[in-house]
Design a protein around this ligand. Structure first.
Ligand SMILES: Nc1ncnc2c1ncn2[C@@H]1O[C@H](COP(=O)(O)OP(=O)(O)OP(=O)(O)O)[C@@H](O)[C@H]1O
Ligand SMILES: [Mg+2]
Length: 277
């Protein structure tokens, strides 16, 4: 078990004039090897929740253990938690600052005290996992494409060899091909290494095709959970929370009365119907 959160709540600026309760009684368990998605309307608490996964935020009430470490414990080794859980922030490319992509990816392993040789091995390993070539490694982070920047930032976190990779809106602001590319790499990474992954996302169809299990947040609470199919089948409920199910789900329900959430599955179903007719 990597994450076990029991009834955690979180209030920003508690007791102050700008007090804001952002998480309310959230319980969530993430096991080794899981591939989960967290979706929800703007301000529903997704980023607040995932920042608890690496101990960056600690619950105002309730309890969370990360890889068996209770982050509220005064003796908790939070440094260890942060190397076990790699958190990639929204728009992580703003944190690329070195002269070359290679140096940027090397930053975390170097800070962990690894030798130059070990660091370079980690860099090559992480870069190959996200599909960055040697040529790109020598470029400045400012002269590569948006999708490549995003991948460089993800590689920088992977270079710590975390057990759990948490990505806050990894496809935000990318064009469709950039989005597809990132999700493809993350899926491949999960498949090849078995790493536990949690993705925060707004992109409905993207996430339906990518994760195995979904949590839907609404006003600081987990309002729904299940496989993407189970969640999207209840699209009326999603719409009440300001979310939209994939168009294909609605279309297939209207036309055929079936629950389907990806274009590929819809294609298979329609071809099957045509074949039987
Ligand atoms: N540093 C902060 N201080 C005070 N309130 C905050 C802070 N960060 C977030 N909030 C508030 O907490 C609530 C949850 O915010 P959070 O960023 O977790 O939502 P989110 O689901 O990640 O939203 P988005 O989809 O826009 O990224 C929001 O009402 C937000 O305004
Ligand atoms: Mg957010």
């Amino acid at each position: 078990m990597i994450i076990k959160a029991e009834n955690i709540s979180y209030t920003y600026s508690e007791g102050g004039p700008f007090e804001k309760e952002a998480l309310y009684n959230v319980s969530i368990t993430i096991n080794q090897g899981d591939f989960v998605g967290i979706i929800g309307h703007t301000g529903s608490g997704k980023s607040t929740l995932v920042q608890h996964f690496n101990g960056l935020l600690k619950p105002t009430s309730g309890k969370i253990t990360v890889c068996g470490i209770d982050t509220l414990d005064k003796k908790a080794n939070l440094k260890k938690v942060r190397t076990k859980v790699g958190l990639v922030f929204q728009y992580p490319e703003h944190q690329l600052f070195e002269e070359t992509v290679r140096q940027d990816i090397a930053f975390a392993p170097k800070n962990m005290g690894l030798s130059e040789r070990e660091t370079q091995e980690r860099v090559m390993w992480a870069a190959s996992l996200v599909g960055l070539t040697d040529e790109i490694l020598e470029k400045s982070p400012f002269e590569i494409s948006g999708g490549q920047k995003r991948r460089a930032a993800i590689a920088g976190v992977l270079a710590m060899q975390p057990d759990f990779l948490v990505l806050d809106e990894p496809t935000a602001g990318l064009d469709p091909s950039g989005r597809e590319e990132i999700l493809f790499q993350i899926k491949k990474l999960h498949k090849e290494t078995g790493i536990t992954v949690a993705i925060v996302s707004h992109g409905m169809e993207d996430i339906a095709k990518t994760v195995e299990y979904l949590y839907v947040m609404n006003k600081g609470e987990i309002a729904m959970q299940g496989t993407p199919l189970e969640v999207y089948a209840q699209y009326e409920l999603l719409e009440k929370m300001g979310l939209d199910a994939p168009q294909i789900t609605k279309l297939m329900k209207h036309v055929y009365g079936v629950n389907i959430c990806t274009v590929e599955d819809a294609k298979e179903y329609i071809l099957g119907v045509a074949h039987r007719a």
